[in-house]
Design a binder for this molecule. Structure first.
Ligand code: ATP
Ligand code: MG
Length: 379
């Protein structure tokens, strides 16, 4: 690596997006001695509140982008819906990692699924719906139990509907406002797994250990690491993730979500950023996914992705709050548990407020202790 390309501590970095992923990046960057400017319109954003500078403006605000251009050595992002023009503008002044093309491909499920297939990998059978006139053909092609997903701006299972008849499909499409969608066959999942991968500006990459993920109502509930799968499948998932990152000519950290169906890998989706299922790395790896993102953005060498101990991560959703705070003492009494809260003021159902990890010498023990903590939190 050309050392002259390295952006060293003391430099200022731009983060577009102020959610929890931006916050955990900001913590990693500030810990390492960088300054961070966060751009996010929300005056109370989790990352903005702890950044060196929080620009409270829209992502395409010319003045805010000029400020970033003036002060920052590189820019990164924490969610896929940052408008392309903002990234293209900043690219004239500094490295944009990941770049606009990687984001636009993963912003849209229609483009994303075509890209995955073009890379020679499997997706669930699907059909593109652009208007109501496509519904009959879609049902005919995919039919039976399926999931309608809007092509853009869906997350945490939002913008999706499970349908089991053509009538239900029609109603769901109308409900989503007749925006472009894909109808996807509902698969019988053996398991869900994901890979967090970092790729540098020279095209080299490193993977974090594969995570096994449990979803509830379309939202990630827990991640178990190491995943309870055989080594061959884990290596295959990492190789497929590398193939996708290479095809995107990606620079930064990305995550690939897989379904395991009859022992085979099916790619669900790609996230052009660190991922909820990689949060375990904050407590259980030599290098977290956020430090790795920092290293990629700054052109630094890879950090060691080695897992130091088996770990189970569980999300803390707003549902746990109810009329009062969760019973924190249940968590704090478990010496192997690590609490992470994102500083969000308002707890709403389904909103990711924080997570915790439990570290143990084997994964079954970590899981049992995490489940005990989780149950007591809501008691
Ligand atoms: P996020 O971006 O938060 O991961 P999302 O809104 O993009 O979520 P998906 O990843 O598409 O949603 O789906 C959420 C979950 O719903 C999956 O992790 C899986 O548990 C279930 N699911 C989605 N598609 C299918 C499918 N084709 N067959 C079976 N289950 C599915
Ligand atoms: Mg998903």
């Amino acid at each position: 690596m050309n050392h002259a390309d390295r952006i060293l501590p003391g430099a200022t970095l731009a983060m577009l997006g102020g959610g929890q992923l931006g916050r955990m990046f900001t913590i990693a960057a500030r810990t390492t001695g960088y300054r961070v400017m966060v751009l996010d319109p929300d005056p109370d954003s989790p990352a903005g509140r702890i950044a060196d500078v929080h620009l409270r403006a829209g992502y395409t605000d010319p003045q805010a982008l000029d400020e970033l251009a003036k002060h920052c050595a590189a820019v990164t992002t924490e969610f896929e819906n940052i408008p392309g023009p903002a990234l293209e503008y900043l690219a004239a002044y500094m490295p944009v990692r990941p770049g606009a093309t990687a984001l636009s491909t993963t912003q849209d499920r229609i483009l994303e699924k075509a890209f995955i297939r073009q890379a020679g990998l499997m997706t669930a059978p699907y059909y593109v719906i652009r208007s109501a006139s496509d519904l009959d053909a879609a049902w005919h092609a995919v039919g039976a139990a399926s999931i309608l997903k809007r092509a853009a701006m869906g997350y945490d299972g939002k913008g999706q509907a499970r349908v089991d008849s053509i009538e239900a499909l029609r109603a769901a499409f109308a409900d989503l406002g007749e925006v472009p969608c894909v109808l996807e066959q509902k698969l019988a999942l053996e398991r869900e797994i994901s890979v967090v991968l970092a790729r540098n500006h020279l095209g080299e990459s490193r993977c974090h250990p594969v995570s096994e993920n449990v979803h509830r109502s379309g939202i990630l509930h827990s991640s178990i690491v190491p995943a309870r799968i055989d080594d061959a499948l884990a290596q295959q998932a990492q190789a497929q993730s590398r193939r996708l990152a290479d095809a995107l000519d990606y620079c930064g950290v990305l995550a690939v979500e897989f379904f395991v169906v009859e022992g085979q890998l099916v790619v669900n989706e790609i996230a052009p950023r660190p991922h909820n299922s990689g949060h375990y790395s904050l407590d259980a790896c030599v290098t977290s996914q956020f430090e790795q993102q920092l290293r990629m953005v700054c052109g630094l060498p890879f950090g060691d992705t080695r897992l130091l101990t088996p770990v189970v991560m569980m999300n803390l959703l707003g549902d746990l709050w109810g009329s009062a705070q969760p019973r924190w003492s249940a968590l704090l009494n478990e010496p192997a548990a690590k609490l992470h809260l994102y500083g969000k003021r308002e707890a709403r159902p389904g909103r990711k407020m924080g997570h915790f990890c439990v570290l143990a010498t084997d994964v079954d023990d970590a899981l049992a202790r995490a489940e005990t903590v989780y149950q007591q939190l809501q008691a």
